[in-house]
Design a protein around this ligand. Sequence first.
Ligand code: ZN
Length: 425
Amino acid sequence: MFPSSSRSQLCYVPQMDNGLDTRRTVDELRELQTLTGDASGAQRLCWTDTWLQAREWLATKLARLPVLAEIDPAGNQWATLPGRSPRTLLIGGHLDSVADGGWLDGCLNVLAGLEVLRHLGAQSAPPLTVRLVSWADEEGARFGRSLFGSSAAAGHLQPDEVRGLRDAGGVALADALAACNVDLDRAGDARQQLANAAAYLELHIEQGPVLERLGLPLGAVLGTYAVERHLLRFTGESAHAGSTPMDARRDAFAAAARVALEAREIAIRAGGVSTVGRAVTHPGIVTAIPGRCEITLDQRHLDGGTLAGMLAQAREAADSIARDEKVTVEWERIWRIDPVHFHPELIDLCEQAVIEVAGRCHRLPSGPLHDAAEVARAGIPTAMIFVQSLRGLSHTRDEDTRPEHIELAVRALDGAVRRTLAWAS
Ligand SMILES: [Zn+2]
């Protein structure tokens, strides 16, 4: 699968040397931004010419390293640095962005991983083979299906579930893939890429405000949230806004609003998050009491049992508030996902690596999903490091992280890689 290393007799000693050129990572991020962005932000939508251009740019960088480069059947781009064992340590990120995206989401880890590969490539052969992967279509920004390449590699992609997807211009997903030499029905062959994987590490911007509020550059990620997403339909009775006394109303919106506030308290008590992102009233005119109201409720927690409790409490509150407001309430589940817990020992190693370069570390869950969740669900020990996002912003051209924090993040990833190589061997 890969050539055995001529340096394979040398003993691997974890290096404390930080001969990494972390400044180069910041420069390369800027270079990619200039090459594939415009005044509105990053434009590396997956399966477009701009994304292919980014992939080609990365291939040019990889060509100068002692690595084997390849594109797998799902469009994922791999660089393999042979080690003394065919077992692999994977480092992953994604070059694709949302439209008008930021300069760091996804590509930070690809370029930090590139620097770590350069560093490793200049030393004696590592005990494990080290592979950098740039996953295809993490964002799902064009076709609405996130984590395409990583789910294909993890064995979770069902071609028939995505075959009907079209972009805003009416282009079918399968046609966009074919234009990039990816056959949707063969994308699952990417599964063999994980065959020898011993561990997976991913560095990412936090995309939230927690680390900045704590004044910390870096954190170790515990896993990704479980999600329960529901549509709630409240039905009361429309009546005149002027002639109906307050105690004679069956106001569907008032009931929905009380449930929304109660769901917020439930989340605060449980240490989770809860969002009512949409509220629609009928008839929706200024002079009528709403007879019907629909809201969406999105609840998240890292612990599946706690989330089930949050949902049960929200249902109880909705029933009691509905009785009180003389309306009915129906629930319809839109979507759910179980939590993904990262590997406890790898979380410890990431924490040690963060403390080594930043002095302190905070452990935090991830609200957004990441490719790491797919890899972890495939049973591969996985962990992530977050670096602070200024003002918690992401998926906008205003997304930013201090350059000195980016440099610390590269060093932390390098330290986590060193520790994980020692752990896995
Ligand atoms: Zn991302």
